[in-house]
Design a protein around this ligand. Sequence first.
Ligand SMILES: O=c1[nH]c(=O)n([C@H]2C[C@H](O)[C@@H](COP(=O)(O)O)O2)cc1CO
Ligand SMILES: [Zn+2]
Length: 159
Amino acid sequence: MKKRMNYISWDDYFLGIAELSAARSKDPNTQVGACIVSEENKILSVGYNGMPAGCNDDEMPWGREGDFLDTKYPFVCHAELNAILNSNHDLKGSRIYVSLFPCNECAKAIIQSGIKEVIYTCDKYADTDGTKASKMMFKMAGVKTRQIKQEHFVKILPM
Ligand SMILES: O=c1[nH]c(=O)n([C@H]2C[C@H](O)[C@@H](COP(=O)(O)O)O2)cc1CO
Ligand SMILES: [Zn+2]
């Protein structure tokens, strides 16, 4: 008997894990998941967007509009940053799978931690200055970026 052939690719596998992690997010508007993987295809870390540890997410604001302090934006910890901070490994030479293209703050953390490739699905904020700044920094720092479609994974989230 020959081996099974219709197994999922590494890309679909790790993106699937990023998407599954996103399903843990309490954000009512955008759920983001991240999965960091070594050159040997070993998972080094995962994360999703959420409030910092100890900050009760039932009491924190989740809105997008109004006074800055009444929105989620100053508080929420992004999926990529959580994945970087959750890891106990050296991330040099690794790659990160994310369901949304990283913002400029996460881009800085990605570059500084030595991650060399960003694989993403959604780029819905491509027109924002934050995403433009991310792309500039990734290019200058030699971090590769690659957009892929999730082929073999049933989306868990109503995105
Ligand atoms: O790279 C990212 N990683 C990440 O975790 N996020 C999070 C922050 C917020 O919780 C949410 C974005 O919310 P909204 O689309 O409503 O502006 O996604 C957002 C970005 C890009 O903006
Ligand atoms: Zn970010």
